[in-house]
Design a protein around this ligand. Structure first.
Ligand code: NAP
Length: 463
């Protein structure tokens, strides 16, 4: 079968399943999601070694990721049964002339239709075949066509196989979840432009996401493209925090920068500090904490090459504070530094360095912190250490952080994204192509639902 016909077959199956799934009661959808969670957990002993072989992420982390993936499948099931995602708005008819008088209107949410889902390499469970995009699309009533990531093909197939068994055992159409594997990038583009695909969910790099986002918009009938892309996640460490606790904060930052070998979209890639003794001490402590850390091997040799190229690029434009030492398996941590003016003038310094490295930006005053945030423009997270006091300066800083970020943290580190109703994972471009939506947390279901207003409709049509 040619690549295009593999995509055609998968999409045709999804299309055939779409009407039934759109009308399936919430209880049926919830039962499927719970069945998928149970099956994933039941097979974790065979899935974890396979995932480790293909990703190098280690059994501990991968076990945690399976727990997270099952938790979010069950969370969407719970949401379906308790109903908030399908909350409807009813405006009763009002007699009289407009604008006060009006017909009866009911606003309902309907599933978009088949969703093409591109897995990311760095979360082989949580952002892959049965990850948050699949869970939220199935919960919304949309079949999913998964484009497997080339970084974990055998794991993708194994998870898909177990999911297909659950779908079959529950007597549901197989088109609810289909897999396009071993696909070239051309086939990925063809999937995005397939006329029967109603929306695209993507998690991955800026380059890949932008290429596919363009294709989605160039279709004769463009479709929503929910792309979660790379991010540099500024961590602004103010003297108020550093004077109190710099050693502990340095340890915390070092852990976050090197967690998972730095292969997190929320990894703090830019550390902003004000010139001064407390900041200098903190940066020294950060380098000391990082120097002995030996990260594990990266996801793929390509990812390693990408990190070496990105960090060499930063090194050529900045001062090296911590040079990479000798490598064991994975790349050694590294820290670079620059000043605010250079950071703002040079877009190369604002590119994601996907791996265990960060760039320190030294600023002279709070005005420059604002300018640095404006230059970043869009990021998944901004972390503010030392901005808890209710002062005009802190209020202005929080507004500036909100203007460019999907999530603003006042303590802790941005790695680790809780799955809950209040979560927002997606910020202004370039971190996301649809910043009004989230790809983590239960609001993610809203991406795949379209509002329809029913006017003077009979009761059965409002069901
Ligand atoms: P990636 O290289 O962009 O790959 C993601 C998917 O897109 C893969 O299926 C890939 O195909 C496909 N693809 C890439 N470029 C393409 C193109 N030009 N045309 C068609 N398809 C294309 O991303 P990754 O390396 O897996 O993930 C790492 C990146 O993801 C990092 O930048 C990280 O920050 C970001 N990320 C973001 C989030 C978030 O929530 N915002 C979460 C995790 C990761 P192949 O399988 O052939 O490579």
């Amino acid at each position: 079968m040619s690549e295009h016909s593999i995509v055609d077959t998968a999409v045709a199956q999804a299309r055939a399943a779409a009407p039934l799934w759109a009308l399936a009661p919430a209880s049926v959808r919830a039962t499927l999601l719970r069945g998928l969670a149970d099956a994933l957990e039941a097979q974790k002993d065979s899935l974890i070694p396979l995932a480790d072989e293909e990703s190098n992420l280690g059994a501990g982390r991968l076990g945690g990721e399976i727990a997270r993936t099952a938790f979010q499948l069950r969370g969407f099931a719970e949401g379906l049964v308790s109903g908030p995602a399908y909350a409807r708005i009813v405006d009763e008819a009002v007699a009289g002339a407009p604008p006060v008088g009006r017909p009866q209107l009911t606003r309902v949410l309907r599933p978009l239709g088949p969703v093409a889902m591109f897995s990311a390499s760095n979360f082989p469970f949580a952002f892959s075949v049965l990850g948050g995009d699949t869970a939220s699309a199935l919960a919304a009533g949309c079949p999913v066509v998964v484009k497997a990531h080339s970084g974990h093909p055998r794991l993708s197939q194994a998870v898909f196989d177990l999911a297909r068994d659950v779908v079959r055992a529950q007597g549901l159409p197989e088109g609810l979840l289909t897999l396009v594997d071993n696909a070239t990038r051309g086939a990925g583009g063809y999937l995005v432009q397939h006329p029967d695909i109603a929306a695209v969910a993507f998690t991955g790099s800026y380059q890949g996401g932008t290429a596919l986002w363009k294709l989605a918009n160039e279709r004769p009938r463009p479709v929503p493209f929910f792309g979660e892309l790379g991010s540099i996640n500024p961590l602004i460490a103010l003297p108020a925090a550093l004077e109190a606790n710099s050693a502990e904060l340095a340890k915390t930052a070092a852990g976050s920068i090197t967690m998972g070998c730095g292969q997190f979209c929320t990894s703090p890639g830019v550390i902003v500090v004000l010139e001064g003794a407390a900041s200098d001490r903190f940066i020294g402590q950060l380098c000391e904490e990082l120097a002995p850390i030996q990260p594990h091997a990266m996801l793929t040799p390509g990812m390693r090459q990408g990190f070496e190229a990105a960090s060499a690029h930063i090194a050529a434009n900045a001062t090296t504070l911590l040079a990479p030492g000798s490598d064991a398996q994975g790349p050694a941590p590294r820290i670079y530094a620059t000043d605010a003016a250079t950071f703002i003038q040079n877009p190369a310094l604002r590119e994601e360095m996907f791996g265990p490295g960060a760039l320190v930006v030294k600023v002279r005053n709070l005005d420059q912190v604002h300018q640095v945030l404006q230059a970043i423009g869009g990021t998944l997270t901004t972390t503010l250490w030392g901005a808890n006091a209710d002062t005009p300066a802190n209020r202005a800083l929080v507004s500036a952080a909100e203007a460019v970020s999907g999530r603003v943290l006042f303590s802790g580190v941005p790695t680790g994204v809780a799955v809950c109703a209040a979560q927002q994972h997606g910020g202004p471009w370039p971190s996301s192509t649809a910043p009004q939506s989230t790809s983590v947390g239960y609001a993610a279901i809203e991406r795949f639902l379209r509002p329809v207003a029913l006017q003077d409709a009979p009761a059965w049509a409002q069901a």
